[in-house]
Design a protein around this ligand. Sequence first.
Ligand SMILES: Cc1ncc(COP(=O)(O)O)c(C=O)c1O
Length: 423
Amino acid sequence: MTTTTSVLSPVYPLGTRVNERGRLDIGGCDAVELVREFGTPVYVVAEDDLRARARAFVEALAARHGDYDVLFASKAFPCTAVYRLLAEEGLACDVASGGELFLALRGGFDPARIYFHGNAKSAGEVREAIQAGVGHIVIDSLHDLERVERVAAEMGRRQEVLLRITPGVAGDTHHAISTGQADSKFGFAPVDARAAIERLADTTHLDLVGLHFHIGSQLFELEPFRAAVRTLAALGDFPVYNVGGGVGVAYLASDRPPAVADYVDTIVAAVHSELGPDKRLLLEPGRALVANSAVTLYTVQTVKRNVSTWVAVDGGMSDNLRPMLYGSRYEALVADRPAAAADERCKLAGKHCESGDVLVRDVWLAAPAPGDVIATPVTGAYGYSLANNYNGVPRPPVLFCRDGAARVVVRRESYEDLAARDL
Ligand SMILES: Cc1ncc(COP(=O)(O)O)c(C=O)c1O
């Protein structure tokens, strides 16, 4: 029986293997046993993998730059246990709403190391952020600036802020997750940033300490980071620079994202040469911190063979919206026999009442049959956070697996939860 990891795609979490029973094994836990105990769909996080990814970024940056922080852009996986784990690993945190702020605080992040983002923050959210003592609010537009200033003044508080710049550099990514181009809903174009910087020089309640940019998500090229850093240099000299842009992650075995060391090298070199070596440098690698750490498990409900082979599982667009939103591609396998020949070309469909509810449009599976467990890897980013109750489907639980032990960190929603807010 196969006991090596070699049959598995490298996109699975570290330590995932085919175990002695010939089944998929994540964090030392047999996937089929997990399904027996916890049901499907279920998000399974390999805890050691999540910690290792955080450490890789922190260690790479610590080796190259003195004053730094690595930020967890928490929109990718905003659950308390993930916040807690990444806070334990020493990361700082980016939140983009009052709700994410609430969760980050609950997860144990020091408010001083929370960065509050958003292109449409409400006055209430700004108040919550200042009240909580967040270290920095990231100003996104002139109206945002006015609102943050007004709220800080009303509260009699002084608040450190960063200014979000749209450097006019488009990352090589899907338009829906590109953020750095000139025509963007986020940030100030450099020409408008000057007016905001002057305006902030006159305010008594806000301290502008630095600049931020985020040039997009799922970036495979590093050159746009260099170009974006160059645009910051022209805007003045600040003590803090927050360089954002989600490093690409491998969703498919054929994807070749940049190595962590190359990503950090590129940014540190650009910052040192364009801005100076003595800056406080914040890195925001985005989903690369969490995406590959989780696998979603489903149970096959039906297999229908017409023009295609339609393998329908008990989840879909309610637990992974990315294929429908961005056309994102995933791998899948039968977790009961991952080493068996995957010789049937299939469409992996969800259970929802939409023809577009297809998780993987083209995948080879090993003799799929009702009752089989299907694994889709790389669901640690934007699976949980974009989950919804379409068709009244309760959202899945989250399990953390480590050394053969599984613990539920988010329970499955119940039917009662579906009606919990109804009056
Ligand atoms: C400031 C900021 N950080 C992070 C992200 C998301 O990065 P990723 O998609 O790699 O998780 C975004 C996306 O819009 C963003 O604006």
